[in-house]
Design a protein around this ligand. Structure first.
Ligand code: ADP
Ligand code: MG
Length: 272
């Protein structure tokens, strides 16, 4: 049954950057809703506006048309309800891993002392218990990305926005992180209004999007529009066996075809 009040409501959103070389239309007429507890992925060719859309949902950028509501309120600035993970683990290299994880606490004017235990718990959760006092430079890329996931989770936000968070990781670490993320999301908990987080996940990888998501949104080349939305009707919890299952394979192929179709349709427009 459709939720009368989706947690994220994107209504006919346009976004035009004012670049030095002139305006760049990044998004056109995007409409999408994400329910509480849902895991939705955005896929699409490079430059189609995935990061832009995520930044608009996070309140880091303003839309130039339409509007975005989170929990019923229009988004006009970053809010603690939303945790964001960027593609590169943006860590302050002169601060310890622990102090990096605590950064949002300071940014929102809260007392870091109240969050130290939680920060340690999170670092333990992602296997970094022994690295709290180290500097980011002493950690591998995968470990830094785990630490930035802790940072996004420190205020226990109900919404997690992730921009190609595992793109720079080797394949095995990425598989591990996918499973870890499903655990943090609350895959084992009940769906529909349960205690799960709501995740919007951007990726270049269609198999990754299918493996993780309830729904996958395919975006068209710039200006980004919603080309198709597919539900991934594959049972949870998902495991490594799910990854190689025929049903996930079929779904992945369907999405590849959607994307290829969309790219073909765009060709005449871009050459004319
Ligand atoms: P994606 O994440 O899908 O690769 P982006 O959202 O980063 O795409 O970018 C969408 C389009 O907007 C691209 O054409 C990009 O060049 C342009 N763009 C992104 N950021 C800016 C910016 N700060 N100023 C001007 N144009 C930008
Ligand atoms: Mg991007």
């Amino acid at each position: 049954m459709p939720n009368p009040q989706p947690l994220i409501r994107i209504e006919d959103v346009d976004m035009v950057y004012q670049a030095a070389s002139g305006p760049v239309e990044a998004l056109r007429g995007i409409s999408l809703t994400v329910d509480q507890g849902e895991f939705v992925s955005l896929v699409g060719p490079s430059g189609c506006g995935k990061s832009t859309l995520l930044r608009c949902i996070a309140g880091l950028r303003s839309v130039t048309g339409g509007r975005i509501l989170v929990d019923g309120s229009p988004v006009d600035k970053p809010i603690p309800k939303v945790g964001m993970v960027f593609q590169a683990a943006v860590m302050l290299k002169w601060r310890s891993v622990l102090d990096n994880v605590l950064l949002p606490v300071e940014l929102y004017g809260l007392n870091p002392r109240d969050y130290r235990d939680r920060a340690h718990d999170l670092l333990k959760l992602v296997g970094l218990a022994d690295f709290a006092k180290k500097r980011p430079g002493e950690l591998s890329g995968g470990m830094q990305q785990r630490a930035s996931l802790c940072r996004a989770l420190i205020l226990d936000p109900p919404i997690l926005l992730m921009d190609e968070p595992f793109g720079a990781l080797d394949a095995m670490t990425r598989d591990d992180m996918n499973l870890e993320l499903l655990r943090i999301w609350g895959e084992q908990q009940a769906g529909d209004g349960g205690p799960r987080k709501t995740v919007v996940f951007v990726t270049h990888s269609i198999p990754e999007a299918c493996f993780l998501s309830d729904r996958v949104v395919v975006m068209s080349p710039r200006p980004g529009r919603v080309a198709s939305i597919k539900s991934v009707a594959v049972p949870r919890p998902r495991t490594m066996a799910t990854r190689v299952s025929p049903e996930l394979g079929r779904m992945t192929l369907e999405l590849y075809n959607d994307l290829a179709q969309k790219n073909l349709e765009e060709v005449p427009q871009t050459v004319s």
